[in-house]
Design a protein around this ligand. Structure first.
Ligand code: SF4
Length: 144
């Protein structure tokens, strides 16, 4: 099984605040899989650390009001091209991120409120038929 994983879930320090979102459950799930780490925000040329951003009205806006939509979408497209070339079976992406979140994301008010929706990268993958989940909804592995 080939799995794409948000790099921050694997312990890479690519999160906006310079930290990571290491998940032991994800790392355990990945044992025996071919793993492709991806960080669409870094792939879009954004620095670490960086200001937090959220999706508002379909556009990714930084906390200071500056649009970073173009960088988010460019990075997502770059990562998608990589994953399509690698024929991934599943993407495990960080919950609630404006790039990687699936099913639920922050509402754009930077107040911690959540709304239904997908991050830019997760939406792109779903649109191409790549199954997406997050670290809180790992599927049960049937090959063990
Ligand atoms: S863009 Fe995705 S992989 Fe990169 S730090 Fe944010 S949640 Fe993690």
């Amino acid at each position: 099984m080939t799995v794409a994983v948000s790099a921050c879930l694997l312990g890479e320090r690519c999160k906006w605040d310079g930290g990571d979102n290491r998940s032991e459950a994800v790392i355990r799930f990945c044992e025996g899989c071919r793993v492709i780490p991806v960080c669409p925000e870094v792939a879009g040329g954004l620095p670490v650390p960086r200001l937090p951003a959220e999706l508002r009205g379909g556009e990714v806006i930084r906390r200071d009001g500056v649009s970073v939509d173009a960088a988010f979408r460019a990075g997502a497209a770059r990562c998608l091209a990589l994953l399509e070339a690698e024929s991934v079976d599943l993407a495990i992406l960080k919950a609630r991120s404006p790039s990687c979140g699936s099913g639920q994301i922050y509402d754009g008010s930077f107040s911690g409120r959540l709304v239904p929706g997908d991050g830019v990268f997760a939406a792109l993958l779903r649109g191409r038929g790549i199954p997406v989940t997050d670290e809180e909804h790992l599927p049960v592995k049937t090959d063990e």
